[in-house]
Design a protein around this ligand. Structure first.
Ligand code: A2R
Length: 319
């Protein structure tokens, strides 16, 4: 059985990826920061691994994975504006520590680096984003992910390691932290329904379009890339469709039992925001045969339901 080691597996994507890789017949070793926890999955070994500590990566020689999927990192644009040093450290040094460690191994695992559509940045005109378009990263997070990608390919070439990198577009689903847009809307709706706040949703800039994909489709793309992606290649991972944020919010509000109005809160605007984001996914589809299967409406409904349950749990804990 082939073996995969995941870094940063205690985040939003990790638990979905653990299940996807396992269901795809992989032996999975999931790693996390010591302070985090992962719900146990039968047959999956869980280890502590901080990518900022090069000695933690010595475990790779012991585990001898066929592939490493690198999820570990700072994943929020907002957090990156508030914590630029940490973002640069974790996202850039993390990958160099990983590849320096793999360099010492006789059997070198293939590496899938998880990057971001934020790398395309502000310079893009309205239209579909393709992998060979110029990158113009416009925030600390995007710069750090661009450096991760470049470092990954540079060291892959230098050390003979098969490196594949993604530019992943917005992914959504139950379990995502409410600093991201869809969970933020869902939490507010759930709190309104529970009578915890007035029936007004506070929003940032709604006049943008984003490419949203169900996290379960995203992790299936990661498995397909692990199995069939071409080394040295960059792949967009997204649905290939852009949705206007205002329309997405209307869909969510229409799923609520309450009459809800919307108020723009300028403090929620980002210092720099891309107006229109849509993934071109021909390369991913051509090389792996992947296509998303989850409908946006279903994902939104499941995410909203998960927030209704979460808000109920929080209320029960308080009483
Ligand atoms: O920042 P935390 O405490 O939530 O921990 C994150 C973890 N992480 C690390 N893991 C190992 N060594 C480190 N030095 C380190 N610093 C942070 O990586 C978190 O548990 C995990 C990343 O998960 P999320 O932040 O939930 O991101 P998500 O949505 O699972 O995305 C996975 C990857 C990220 O690299 C994104 O930038 C990319 O996909 O889109």
């Amino acid at each position: 059985m082939k073996r995969v080691l995941l870094t940063g597996a205690a985040g939003f994507v990790g638990p979905y990826l653990i299940r996807e890789m396992k269901a795809g017949g992989w032996d999975v070793i999931a790693t996390k920061l010591p302070s985090e926890s992962i719900e146990p999955v039968e047959g999956v070994e869980i280890r502590d691994l901080d990518v900022m500590k090069p000695s933690d990566l010595d475990c790779l020689s012991e585990v001898q994975p066929d592939c490493v999927i690198h999820l570990a990192g700072i994943s929020s644009v907002k957090f990156s504006w508030q914590n630029p040093d940490l973002t640069m450290d974790v996202n850039i040094k993390g990958v160099s520590h990983l590849l320096e460690s793999i360099r010492k191994m006789r059997e070198k695992p293939r590496v899938l680096l998880i990057g971001s559509s934020e790398i395309y940045g502000l310079s893009q005109k309205r239209g579909v984003l393709l992998e060979d378009m110029p990158a113009e990263p416009a925030n600390y997070y995007a710069i750090s992910k661009y450096a991760q990608e470049k470092m990954g390919f540079m060291l892959g070439n230098a050390y003979g390691i098969q490196v594949i990198s993604t530019r992943s577009f917005n992914h959504i689903g139950p379990g995502q932290n409410d600093t991201f847009v869809v969970p933020s809307f869902c939490r507010q709706i759930a709190e309104i329904e529970a009578g915890l706040r007035n029936p007004v949703i506070l929003v940032g800039n709604l006049n943008v379009s984003r490419d949203f994909t169900d996290v379960r489709d995203i992790v299936r793309a990661y498995r397909f890339l692990t199995e069939e992606g071409k080394p040295g290649t960059l792949y967009n991972v997204g649905s290939g469709k852009a949705v206007h944020l205002d329309d997405l919010l209307k869909k969510l509000i229409s799923m609520s039992t309450r009459q809800i109005s919307v108020r723009v809160d300028p403090s929620r605007f980002r210092p720099a925001d891309m107006p229109y984001v849509q993934a071109g996914i021909d390369r991913l589809q051509r090389d792996t045969g992947w296509a998303p299967v989850h409908e946006l409406e279903d994902t939104l409904r499941e995410t909203l339901d998960s927030w209704r349950e979460q808000v109920q749990r929080e209320m029960e804990q308080k009483t």
